[in-house]
Design a protein around this ligand. Structure first.
Ligand SMILES: [Zn+2]
Length: 394
C-alpha cells in the first residue's frame, strides 16, 4: 500500500521515492511508488499532475483492490530511486476549491441544516448538491457571508487520525461509513469532517468564496461556486463584462439593469409602431396598384419583408377578379395570391416559377409564398409569372 505523504503535508511539492513497479498499458505507463505526494482522483476532486523523473504524470488514481496509488505516465520510469514534483499551481487551486467547499457546506448546515450530498471540482467551476426542501437567494447570500467571515478570521485547519468510535462526540457533519482509523479535518470551532483530501493550513489561504448560481437538479439544489484565484478571475470577468455593457449603453455600471429594461420596453413599442406603419403602407401600396385598373398585377418592391408582401397581397386579393404576384428584391421573397372568385391555381404557378430558379415555398390554391436564392434574377422570374398569368388569363 502506497504511503501517502499528502495525508500529513498538503504543501509538499517535491519528494523522493522508490519505484516498485512500472507496467505498460495502452501506450501509457502505470507506476507504483513506495510513497507519494501525488493526490489521486477521489471525492469529487481531480488528481494532481506533475513529473516523476523525466516522465510526465498525466493522471493518478487509487486502485480499489489493493489501495495502491497508480501514477499514469507518458514514458517508463525505471525501478529504483526517483524524484517526484507535483504541479503546484494546480494543487494549490484544488486546495482552495476543496477547502472552500468544506467551509461552504458547513455554513449551509450550521445556518439552515442543509446537508451537502455531493461535490464536484471542475476545470472552471465547483458545485455542491444540497438536500433541502427549498433554497432561495437569501440562503446563498447568508452562507456565503458566514463562510467568508471564517476565511477572514484566518482560523487554523488541522488534520488528526482518530477511531470511528471517537467521532460521535465531536459533532461530525455527515454520517461516517468507513471503519477503522479515519483522517479527520478540523476547522477551528466551525467544522469537523473525516476527509482524505488536500487542504489549506488556515482558512485565510482560501482567499474568498463566491457563489455564482443556483439550480434544481433532480431532487437536490445545485450551488455553483468558485474560491481563491478562481473567485478573483470570476469577479474580474464580471466587472469587465458589466463595464463593456455600460460603455456600449453609455451609462454607469449600476444603471445597466434599469437601462436594459428601458431599452427592451422601447424596442417592444418600436416593434408595435412599425407593425402599424407597415400595415398603413401596405394599404397605400395596394391602393396604388389597384388604381391602375389592372386585374392582373405583377410588382416588385425594392424593400419589404415577407409579412409586408403578405399584407399587400391580401389587400389586393380582397378585391374581386384579382390575380397578383408581388416580390421583394431585398428579401428575394415572392407572394402569389388571387381573389376567391378566380379559378386558377396560384400554388402550382408559384412552383412553376420558383422551383427552376432553385427557390422553395408553397401554399394553397389562392395564396402561396416562397423565396429564391441569391443568384436568381427577380425581374426575370416576375416576367415569367406575367407570361404564365397572361397565358392562363387568355
Ligand atoms: Zn476535505
Amino acid at each position: 500500500m502506497t504511503h501517502r505523504l499528502y495525508y500529513t503535508d498538503s504543501f509538499l511539492r517535491e519528494f523522493d521515492a522508490k519505484v516498485v513497479a512500472c507496467e505498460e498499458r495502452d501506450g501509457r505507463f502505470e507506476v507504483l511508488l513506495d510513497q507519494t505526494a501525488f493526490y489521486p482522483t477521489s471525492g469529487g476532486q481531480p488528481s494532481d499532475t506533475g513529473r516523476l523523473g523525466e516522465a510526465t504524470v498525466l493522471d493518478v488514481y487509487d486502485r480499489e483492490d489493493d489501495h495502491e496509488i497508480v501514477h499514469v505516465t507518458d514514458r517508463p520510469v525505471l525501478p529504483g530511486p526517483v524524484h517526484g514534483a507535483i504541479d503546484w499551481e494546480r494543487r494549490f487551486d484544488h486546495i482552495q476549491q476543496h477547502t472552500g467547499q468544506h467551509l461552504l457546506s458547513a455554513a449551509f448546515v450550521n445556518l439552515f441544516h442543509f446537508p451537502t450530498v455531493s461535490f464536484h471540482l471542475g476545470r472552471e467551476i465547483c458545485t455542491i448538491d444540497l438536500d433541502a426542501p427549498s433554497v432561495v437567494p437569501r440562503h446563498l447570500a447568508e452562507a456565503e457571508r458566514l463562510a467568508n467571515g471564517v476565511i477572514f478570521e484566518d482560523r487554523p485547519i488541522s488534520v488528526s487520525f482518530r477511531e470511528k468510535e471517537e467521532l460521535e462526540g465531536l459533532g461530525v457533519r455527515k454520517k461516517v461509513e468507513r471503519e477503522g482509523t479515519l483522517r479527520i479535518l478540523s476547522i477551528e470551532e466551525f467544522d469537523i469532517q473525516p476527509c482524505g483530501g488536500t487542504h489549506a493550513a488556515c482558512t485565510g489561504q482560501v482567499g474568498m468564496i463566491l457563489v455564482r448560481k443556483l439550480e434544481r437538479v433532480k431532487q437536490y439544489w445545485r450551488v455553483e461556486f468558485v474560491c481563491g484565484a478562481r473567485a478573483l478571475r470570476a469577479a474580474r470577468g464580471d466587472f469587465e463584462t458589466l463595464g463593456a455593457a455600460a460603455q456600449e449603453i453609455g451609462c454607469g455600471m449600476a444603471e445597466v439593469p434599469a437601462m436594459a429594461t428601458k431599452m427592451i420596453e422601447e424596442r417592444k413599442t418600436a416593434h408595435r409602431e412599425r407593425g402599424h406603419l407597415a400595415g398603413r403602407l401596405a394599404d397605400l401600396e395596394a391602393a396604388a396598384l389597384l388604381a391602375t385598373g389592372e386585374r392582373t398585377i405583377v410588382h416588385a418592391f425594392d424593400e419589404g419583408d415577407a409579412a409586408f408582401l403578405r399584407q399587400v397581397a391580401a389587400r389586393l386579393a380582397a378585391q374581386p377578379g384579382i390575380r397578383a404576384v408581388v416580390a421583394s428584391r431585398a428579401m428575394r421573397h415572392f407572394v402569389f395570391a388571387q381573389s376567391k372568385d378566380v379559378a386558377g391555381d396560384m400554388n402550382r404557378m408559384l412552383r412553376e416559377v420558383l422551383v427552376p430558379a432553385g427557390g422553395k415555398g408553397g401554399g394553397a390554391k389562392d395564396f402561396g409564398q416562397g423565396t429564391v436564392p441569391e443568384a436568381a434574377n427577380i425581374d426575370e422570374l416576375l416576367g415569367k409569372a406575367r407570361e404564365l398569368l397572361g397565358r392562363e388569363g387568355a
